[in-house]
Design a protein around this ligand. Sequence first.
Ligand code: PGA
Length: 251
Amino acid sequence: MKKKLVAGNWKMNGTLEANDALVRAVAAGVKDASCLVAVCVPAPYLAQVQMLKAGTPLELGAQDVSPHAQGAYTGEVSAAMLREFGVRYAIVGHSERRQYHGESDALVAEKAKTALASGITPIVCVGETLAEREAGRTEDVVKRQMAAVIHVNGHCISEIVVAYEPVWAIGTGKTATPEQAQQVHALLRKQLAAATEHAERVHILYGGSMNAANAATLLAQPDIDGGLIGGASLKSADFLQIVAAANAASR
Ligand code: PGA
């Protein structure tokens, strides 16, 4: 069976002091993990977390990446810079970036391509808003977001990670039911299968108020290969309980 992947998304949270305690606890807790575990941290903390996780299976992730290689792009961080700090994953197209920074499907696809070219696995986020779900447009929306990434990345598409994150479930305490999530994951798998013969290899994560209490049932779904965890990734005990559920589901 494919190992589950649990990725923490700290968002814009953390201090040097808090990170120290959190990463030490998480790194100690994942020593014998049978699933894959990563934390996606704010860029200024990459060096700190790289050092703290050294010698453990904990992987480092970023929360965004520039679509440009280098040059006059004030405020941007390139994939090559991230690589220098041992970054293994980069979230791209998180709904907060789509919503607050106007990121288009095409830009998200370019970011995924740039990450892949530098040996970083993009965690490509897709998901519908509440209004879109209520209008019966969930399928259309996630398919459109995914299609843009497939179009730009061609046969490399089997190298990405996908995160299905219904916008209405993010940070709200409202989780998609395992059935609702599985339905969208199956749809995404089918869409990937039309583009690559290796669609089974792709980790499709669920994100949106995943926590210690609901992780096991979500992870038991056939097409849910892990989780992208926001709020619960900031508390080591909660995060490690989700990791434990992923360990059990990885065996
Ligand atoms: P949440 O966030 O777990 O706090 O809902 C998930 C995410 O936005 O990646």
